[in-house]
Design a protein around this ligand. Structure first.
Ligand code: ADP
Length: 452
C-alpha cells in the first residue's frame, strides 16, 4: 500500500512572498549590494584604500550569494520535503516557488493515493472475489474473497491464472470470454461443495478483471428443481402406462356404447398427451444432467435426412402438405444421432403442425464449407417477431390453445435448444406471420465430416 508523503504547511515566514513580484525580491539584493558598497566606499575613503574596500564589499556580496546557493542545493538534495531555508532576495523567491509547485504536486498525489486506498479497501470488503490479471495472464492483485472462493494464496502473485484454475471449462471460457457474456458457473477451487459464477472483463488492452460470486444456493435450488421434475416424471410413467393400457382396451371394444366411446377417445388422446409430456420432460432432464452422451458419432446425413423425410410423410397424412427434401451437401455430421434425430424431427413436426392444410414444408441440408445448415421451411402461420427471443423456453407457446389442439407439449424447442448446445450449434429463426417460417440449425466447421 502506498504511504502518502506528509504535506507540511507553508512556512509562516514565506507567507510574505505570496503576492510579491520578482522585482520586490531583486530589490532586496540590490539594497544589500548598495549598503555594502556605501559602507565599503566610506571605509575606503577613510583609510585611503577606496578600490580595495569596494572590491571587498563586492566579495562579501558574492560570498553571501554563494552561501544562499549552497543552502538551496543542500535543501534540494537532502530534504526536499521539508520547509525550505528562509532566504531573502532572489534565492528566497526561487526556493519558495519550487516549494509551492512541489507542495501542489504532493497534494494531488496524496489525493490520488487516498482514492486508490478507498477503492482498494472497498474491493477488500466485497463478498465477491475480485482478481486482476495482467496481459501475460499472471495474477496481479486479488481480494480476500478470492482467497476463499478461488483458493488464491500469497505465493500465487505473478502465477499464471490458468495454472491455478485448471478446469477445462474455465480454460475454454478464458480463451473465448466474448462468446459467454453471462460468464461461467464452475466448482469453487477454494471452498468444497461450493459453486461460483465467474465473469471476466477486458480492460486496458489485454488485462482482465475477474469477478466471481458464490452461487451454491442457486445451484442447489436448480438441482432440486431438476431432481423433482425427474422424479415426478418417473413416478408418473407407471400409472400412465397402466391407464393408457386399460383405456386402449376399452376403446378397442366394438360393442362400446357411443356415449362412452367419445369419452374413452378423449381419455386416450389426453393420456397420449401426458405420455408425450412425461417423455419430453425425461428427455430434457437427461440432456441437462448427462453431459457424457456420445457426441462423436459420424452421422450419415443423406440416410438420416431420408429417414426424417419418411417419418414426415407418415405424420403428414392428416395435413396433406407438399413435402420436399433438399440436400446439396457432401458433409456428414459429427454428433449423437439419436439426439440430433429427435431435435430435427421436433422442428419438422412443428412445421407440419403449424402450417394450415395444403401448405409446403421443405427439409434441407447444406454447407458452405465453413458451417453446416439443417433447415426446415414452411408456409404456415408464422410467428410474431416479439415471441422469437422466448420461443425456446420451456412451455412457452405463442398460442396455447392451438398448441394443445395439435398435441404439443411446449417442450419441443427447449429440447432442440439443449441438443444443439451440446453440439456447439445454434438455432436461427426467420418468420413472418401468416407467411411461414424458416428454422435453421447452424453447425460449426468442427462438427462437419467431409465425405471423400
Ligand atoms: P409445442 O409443443 O407447443 O409445439 P414447441 O416448443 O415445439 O412447443 O414450440 C413452441 C411454440 O413455438 C409453439 O407453441 C408454437 O407457437 C411456436 N412454433 C414452433 N414452431 C413453429 C412453426 N414452424 N410455425 C409457427 N409457430 C411455431
Amino acid at each position: 500500500m502506498y504511504e502518502p508523503y506528509p504535506v507540511p504547511e507553508l512556512a509562516r515566514e514565506h507567507k510574505k512572498f505570496r503576492y510579491s513580484s520578482l522585482w520586490t525580491f531583486a530589490k532586496q539584493d540590490l539594497r544589500l549590494l548598495a549598503f555594502l558598497l556605501i559602507i565599503g566606499g566610506c571605509i575606503g575613503l577613510g583609510i585611503g584604500y577606496f578600490w580595495i574596500c569596494i572590491f571587498a564589499a563586492f566579495s562579501i556580496f558574492f560570498a553571501l550569494q554563494l552561501r544562499s546557493l549552497y543552502l538551496v542545493n543542500e535543501w534540494i538534495s537532502n530534504r526536499p520535503y521539508d520547509v525550505p531555508p528562509n532566504l531573502d532576495g532572489i534565492w528566497g523567491a526561487l526556493l519558495f516557488n519550487v516549494y509551492r509547485a512541489q507542495r501542489q504536486e504532493r497534494i494531488v498525489q496524496a489525493e490520488m493515493v487516498g482514492l486508490i486506498d478507498r477503492a482498494q479497501s472497498s474491493l477488500v470488503a466485497l463478498a465477491e472475489a475480485v482478481v486482476l490479471i495482467d496481459e501475460s495472464h499472471q495474477i496481479e492483485w486479488w481480494n480476500p474473497a478470492a482467497e476463499k472462493l478461488l483458493g488464491i494464496q500469497a505465493a500465487d502473485r505473478g502465477r499464471n491464472i490458468l495454472t491455478l484454475l485448471r478446469q477445462p471449462s474455465f480454460i475454454e471460457y478464458f480463451n473465448n470470454i466474448d462468446q459467454a457474456p453471462d460468464g461461467l458457473k464452475m466448482k469453487s477451487t477454494g471452498f468444497d461443495e461450493h459453486y461460483v459464477q465467474v465473469k471476466m472483463t477486458r480492460f486496458g488492452g489485454e488485462s482482465r478483471l475477474l469477478v466471481a460470486y458464490d452461487v451454491t444456493r442457486m445451484h442447489n435450488l436448480e438441482q432440486m428443481r431438476k431432481d423433482f421434475v425427474d422424479n415426478i416424471s418417473h413416478e408418473l410413467r407407471t400409472p400412465l402406462t397402466v391407464l393408457s393400457g386399460y383405456i386402449e382396451t376399452f376403446t378397442d371394444q366394438e360393442d362400446l356404447n357411443p356415449r362412452w366411446k367419445r369419452a374413452f377417445d378423449q381419455m386416450q388422446s389426453q393420456t397420449r398427451r401426458m405420455n408425450a409430456l412425461v417423455n419430453d420432460l425425461l428427455l430434457l432432464s437427461r440432456l441437462e444432467n448427462d453431459k457424457k452422451i456420445a457426441k462423436n458419432q459420424i452421422i450419415d446425413m443423406p440416410s438420416l435426412m431420408n429417414q426424417l423425410y419418411d417419418d414426415a410423410h407418415a405424420y403428414n397424412v392428416d395435413y396433406g402438405h407438399e413435402l420436399n427434401l433438399d440436400i446439396d451437401s457432401h458433409c456428414d455430421l459429427i454428433g449423437s444421432d439419436t439426439e440430433l434425430a429427435s431435435a430435427f424431427s421436433n422442428l419438422i413436426t412443428n412445421a407440419i403442425k403449424y402450417t394450415p392444410k395444403g401448405g409446403t414444408v421443405t427439409i434441407g441440408w447444406h454447407d458452405d464449407s465453413e458451417q453446416g445448415y439443417f433447415t426446415v421451411e414452411d408456409t404456415g402461420i408464422g410467428i410474431d417477431p416479439k415471441h422469437l427471443p422466448r420461443l425456446t423456453e420451456r412451455f412457452y407457446r405463442v398460442d396455447s390453445d392451438r398448441s394443445r389442439q395439435t398435441g404439443g407439449t411446449g417442450l419441443g424447442l427447449a429440447i432442440v435448444k439443449h441438443v444443439l448446445m451440446q453440439h456447439q450449434a445454434h438455432l436461427e429463426i426467420e418468420s413472418k406471420e401468416n407467411r411461414g417460417s424458416i428454422f435453421k440449425v447452424v453447425f460449426p466447421k468442427e462438427r462437419l465430416y467431409h465425405v471423400s
